[in-house]
Each structure stands twice: as structure tokens, then as C-alpha cells.
Design a protein. Structure first.
Length: 235
């Protein structure tokens, strides 16, 4: 098997290696995804598509437990639980001929810092949140964790998915992932934003959360639109 790609997921103990799996002549290849925790191989699965093996695996943490969104069936997204020595299929979608084909997954994570300033004789403290999609590099996000007042890093209880329904692959569309009930084995993926067509580029770069806070759930997202220069019609 040919090694296709390796990827280490910053801020987690996990990495993956993908290998191309040759199938019968006239059919597309599959991808073997090998999951490592540190240096230890803890599990593998076969993705029945030749591409997007590393981009459709995304580890995240809830209440000190590690999970990952992943896509073994190219028309379905599921969640696995990541143990120290094994993986466990947890919950998610079933494959469907008309299912949404994921090409990339992103779950935001944020640093929580308590910052202080002097106002007259009074020292005031406030909460500050920085989401990883808003820093220039992952190193900038990590450096912030070394600052005085750092409280902790946490994953949001939601994420984003891009891809397309089979046959609508001229551009990627965005969907919303609700992760709030993952411990109860409930995964919800919806067209929360309607038919949201994305510009070219990584999914993470299409989202800005510099005004977001846990109690202020506002974000900005980029989208692509086609405009008719005569009628001003948009689609």
C-alpha cells in the first residue's frame, strides 16, 4: 500500500497516516486510515473513497473524553470514541445514496484567559476568549496559553462540515454539526445556514469568531455567490 499522507492534530495526542488501498480495476481506490495516540497505533478503518482521508478525521474533547468525527462511508459522517488503546464507533449518520459527502471537518477550540486592568484604584478583571480560527498560526494560539491569566483550552460544542451531495461537486457547501449531545450518542448535522456555498480554501479560514463568547454566540462566515451583471440575480 502506498503512503498517501500523514497529519498530526495540534493540541491533541493524535495523528493519522493514510494509505491508498487498490480495489478492482475500473473502481476507485479506498483509503486506509491509521490512528495513533502518541507513537502507539490504536485503530484503523477503511474509507471507501480515495481522497480526503486526513481532512475527514477530526479529534475533539468533551469532559476530558476524546472523540473524533470521521467518514469511513463517503456519504456519512460519524463519531468515534478514542481510547488509550483502541477506537470505538460511537454514533452518527448511516450511509445513503443521497447523503452528504464530507470533504473537510472543523471543530473550533478556544483559549480562555482572565485579563486585568487598573481603573483608578480598582483592579478590574474580565474574561477573554480567542478561537483558533482567528490566529495567524497554530503557534500563535499555543503561545497565548503561556500568558499570565490563562485559564484553559476547550473545544466548542459545535463544528462545521463541508462537502456536497453527490453530483453537486462544483463547489463545497457548509453544514453545521451539533456536538452538545455526543456523550449521549446523539450527533446532529443540519443545513442550519441553508445552501451555503463556500469560497475556495480551507474550511477553517471561512469562519471568524473574534466576537464569539460562550454566552455571545455570534460568528462571521464567508460564502461564494454568483451574480448576474444584467439582472442582479444572485445564486
Amino acid at each position: 500500500m502506498e503512503l498517501v499522507k500523514t497529519k498530526r492534530y495540534s493540541g491533541t495526542p493524535f495523528s493519522v497516516a493514510t494509505h491508498s488501498v487498490q480495489n478492482a480495476p475500473g473502481t476507485w481506490n479506498s483509503t486506509k486510515v491509521s490512528i495513533y495516540k502518541g507513537e502507539d497505533l490504536i485503530g484503523e478503518y477503511i474509507r471507501n473513497y480515495s481522497s480526503f482521508g486526513t481532512d475527514t478525521f477530526y479529534p475533539f474533547q468533551i469532559d476530558k473524553e476524546w472523540y473524533a468525527l470521521y467518514s469511513a462511508e463517503y456519504t456519512a459522517t460519524r463519531v468515534m470514541k478514542l481510547h488509550d488503546d483502541r477506537i470505538e464507533d460511537w454514533c452518527g449518520e448511516e450511509s445513503s445514496a443521497h447523503g452528504f459527502c464530507p470533504t473537510e471537518i472543523y471543530v473550533p477550540k478556544y483559549n480562555h484567559n482572565k485579563l486585568s486592568y487598573q481603573q483608578g484604584e480598582e483592579l478590574r478583571t474580565f474574561d477573554s476568549y480567542t478561537v483558533d480560527c482567528d490566529t495567524e498560526t497554530e503557534l500563535d494560539f499555543i503561545e497565548e496559553q503561556r500568558e499570565e491569566g490563562f485559564v484553559g483550552t476547550q473545544y466548542c460544542n459545535f463544528g462545521f462540515l463541508c462537502g456536497c451531495v453527490w453530483g453537486d461537486d462544483t463547489s463545497w457547501k457548509m453544514r453545521y454539526i451539533d456536538l452538545s449531545k455526543i456523550p449521549d450518542k446523539i450527533l446532529s448535522i443540519t443545513e442550519k445556514f441553508g445552501y451555503w456555498e463556500l469560497p475556495d480554501g480551507p474550511l477553517k479560514k471561512q469562519i471568524r469568531m473574534d466576537g464569539w463568547e460562550p454566552d455571545h454566540p455570534w460568528i462571521r462566515m464567508y460564502r461564494a455567490e454568483s451574480v448576474n451583471l444584467v439582472t442582479d440575480e444572485r445564486c
